[in-house]
Ligand binder design. Structure first.
Ligand code: 5RP
Length: 295
């Protein structure tokens, strides 16, 4: 009598073990907020960006030069940024810097800055989509980043940049990061940031970058159906940055996309490690700061 558990419908007991018919085929969910219905390529890229164990990410942003030129700390990307790459999860940069300064042996996922066309000398919100989707594919981008100025003079154009990029990315399985750029006339409070993040998510961005705000930040993350990462903003004392990261993550952020507060720190590698400990292990800021000082 053949073993019931290893018999295939065809009755061949010799080969049936390999089919393990008694083990149910599992259909697990996906770890990332709002991303369960995406296709395999999207999910795979998002799993390179967000650590599937912690569900969070530390992105290093060093795309500032595309509007600001040689920003403090970014004068020599080959010297200042390349040594940081191994200590973060994702690199956010322009295609110019990627091709000229980042060795292709660095295999960290790339969030490619794809909006362009403005500088600090003129209206920052006057952007267009500055990277062809084929070039993003060629560079193996894990995500494309587009600046959005909700309430800004060129709000309509920047929202169009976002939707065009999302459509192009959807054709190739590349997620889009919508960046809430806050014009000088806007207040960085939960009401404004919540509005901007929600609009960006509703238009189809796969994750959103915004600023942290002291009051009601948890309402910003709660009302955004996709993951939010926070920018660091202007340089703060290191302990304050670590506190901001800790609070943001405790209040629902899925990590950081941070530039100046890492590469302008006195010890950038130590700062990248300390931020990573806070984001992924929820290390208390005082302990992470001690780790930073001891480095
Ligand atoms: C500009 C960006 C920058 O990459 C980002 O703001 C840089 O991060 P930080 O503010 O931490 O220096 O997206 O909008």
């Amino acid at each position: 009598m053949p073993d019931e558990q290893t018999t295939t419908p065809g009755g061949d007991t010799g080969e049936s073990k390999a089919f393990s018919p008694h083990i149910p085929f599992e259909t697990p969910g996906f770890f990332l907020r709002g991303s369960g219905n995406l296709d395999w390529g999207m999910k795979n890229r998002l799993s390179r960006i967000f650590n599937p164990k912690s569900g969070r990410t530390v992105m290093l942003a060093f795309d500032h030069g595309y509007i600001m030129g040689p920003t403090t700390g970014l004068e020599r990307i080959d010297l200042n940024i390349v040594p940081l790459c191994e200590h973060v999860d994702v690199l956010m940069c322009t295609r110019g810097v990627l091709r000229s300064c980042i060795p292709p042996t660095v295999t960290k996922p790339i969030a490619l800055r794809c909006s362009a066309g403005a500088t600090i000398l003129k209206d920052l919100s006057y952007e267009h989509v500055g990277v062809d989707i084929e070039d993003a594919v060629r560079l193996d981008a894990a995500a494309m980043a587009v600046q959005v100025y909700v309430g800004g003079e060129h709000e309509h154009d920047t929202l169009e940049n976002l939707t065009k990029t999302i459509d192009a990315g959807n054709r190739y399985g590349i997620p889009t990061l919508g960046v809430t750029a806050v014009g000088r006339e806007m207040v960085r409070d939960a009401r404004y940031l919540g509005l901007a993040c929600r609009i960006i998510a509703e238009l189809g961005a796969h994750y959103v970058k915004t600023y942290y705000c002291e009051s009601d930040f948890e309402q910003v993350t709660a009302a955004c159906p996709v993951p939010i990462v926070i920018a660091g903003g202007k340089k703060l004392p290191e302990l304050d940055t670590l506190k901001m990261c800790y609070n943001a993550v405790q209040q629902g952020a899925a990590g950081v996309d941070m530039g100046r507060n890492i590469f302008q720190a006195d010890k950038p590698v130590a700062m990248a490690k300390a931020v990573s400990a806070v984001v992924h292990q929820l290390m208390p800021p005082a302990d992470a700061y001690q780790m930073y000082q001891d480095a």
